[in-house]
Design a binder for this molecule. Structure first.
Ligand SMILES: [Zn+2]
Ligand SMILES: [Zn+2]
Length: 195
């Protein structure tokens, strides 16, 4: 009997399963679309952060010493608050000055690893991801994984008029019949990994 594809899971937009940067188990990122409301929480350790915790400031100063005209440059990141005045010293004549720096706001995310997919706010790598013949294959969360499995394992992938967008937009290598067994195997492995 042929399995006809019918969507079973709908909530694959709601969260991202990522690797916890403290304990390396799975952690969950929610509300990734608005960094002020984004949360990162690990059910295995104490890690709990919001996007607001990541806001940091960089300060820049570039001036010529009013005493000896030597160039003074200063650059420093990781300020929790927007820095107002900074003490800089001239290397040449040792005079010091209180200067209001130029500032830049940024998100102090985890350093990203090249070639991997990460959540856009904290920069944690997706929990389900692997190289598949030179292409990155990933699942955003369990629902996404199960829906891909549901789709890939179907014999008949009839186009339905609505709510089909995720599976239809999947990269060709996932939908390709010749990769079917291998893709299903990876999905099964991921399912076993997540406990
Ligand atoms: Zn953890
Ligand atoms: Zn000077």
């Amino acid at each position: 009997m042929k399995k006809i594809y019918k969507q079973e899971y709908f909530n694959y937009h709601e969260s991202i399963l990522v690797v916890c940067q403290d304990c390396e188990n799975d952690a969950t990122v929610k509300n990734e679309y608005c960094h002020k409301q984004t949360t990162l929480e690990c059910r295995h350790c104490d890690l709990k952060k919001t996007g607001l915790d990541l806001i940091a400031y960089k300060a820049f100063i570039n001036l010529y010493c009013p005493v000896c005209a030597h160039q003074i440059r200063y650059e420093q990141g990781n300020f929790k608050e927007k820095p107002k005045n900074i003490n800089v010293k001239c290397d040449e004549c040792d005079s010091s000055f209180q200067i209001q720096p130029k500032t830049e706001k940024y998100l102090n995310s985890y350093p990203k690893e090249e070639g991997l997919i990460h959540d856009p706010v904290f920069g944690c790598p997706y929990y389900f991801q692997t190289d598949f013949k030179g292409k990155l294959f990933w699942a955003k969360n369990m629902e996404h994984l199960l829906e891909m499995e549901n789709y890939v394992s179907s014999d008949l992938r009839i186009r339905l008029p609505y709510k089909m967008r995720m599976v239809e937009k999947l990269p060709t290598f996932i939908k390709d019949a010749k990769n079917r067994e291998a893709i299903l195997k990876i999905l099964q492995k991921w399912k076993n990994l997540y406990k």
